[in-house]
Design a protein around this ligand. Structure first.
Ligand code: FES
Length: 202
């Protein structure tokens, strides 16, 4: 009887590990999925009003995310977050950068343990400053002071509990030597219709 129970338990553990791995998107997949570009702008040709008498060729400027230095990998201490604003200094741009000491989806560095996230809860914009927590092997942001949402930082900011229904936007990071750059965001920042709207209006 106990052998069967152990086998069941092992099976469940493997299932749970597999589920976890499914959510631990590789950095390569993360780059592809986010579609972010490291450049600031490029120019492309397009035709306005195609197929009409007013058809006109023009050049369009395509704006990408800025590449912003956040800090140095060698300066980061395990589980000691630093804070930044990205992709601009506009509303709801506060973010957190932390070396968690455990690998994470989209994690940067030799241990894939450095991640960046928005600090604004996706539910109603509650501030998540000071809410980074280590719970065993888990790393979470929360509880949100407004309605208690908590987000899993090892698994692309998915919701662990609470009233939010969207993952926390993850900041796409790039390592250049020892320097860590923000180069994009996966997900929409709370309160914005476009992440780059402030830059486009500038
Ligand atoms: S604003 Fe964070 S849970 Fe509602």
């Amino acid at each position: 009887m106990s052998v069967i129970n152990k086998a069941d338990a092992l099976g469940k553990n493997n299932e749970s590990a597999n589920e976890h791995n499914k959510c631990m998107m590789s950095r390569r997949d993360f780059l592809i999925y986010s579609g972010a570009t490291a450049g600031t702008a490029s120019v492309m040709s397009l035709t306005l009003f195609p197929g009409t008498a007013q058809a006109k060729k023009t050049q369009a400027r395509v704006v990408g995310y800025p590449r912003q230095l956040l800090g140095k990998l060698s300066d980061l201490k395990n589980n000691k977050p630093i804070y930044f604003n990205y992709p601009d200094n506009g509303p709801n741009s506060q973010g957190i950068l932390v070396k968690m000491g455990v690998p994470a989806g989209g994690g940067l560095g030799p241990k894939q343990d450095v991640v960046g996230f928005s600090l604004m809860c996706t539910h109603q914009g509650g501030p998540l400053n000071g809410q980074y927590k280590v719970v065993g092997e888990h790393r979470v942001l929360g509880q949100c002071p407004f309605h208690l949402s908590t987000f899993d930082m090892r698994r692309h900011g998915i919701i662990v509990s609470g009233q939010a229904y969207e993952s926390l936007p993850q900041v796409l990071l790039e390592l250049d030597g020892d320097e860590i750059y923000a180069v994009g965001i996966m997900g929409l920042l709370f309160g914005r219709t476009e992440n780059l709207i402030a830059m486009q209006e500038a």
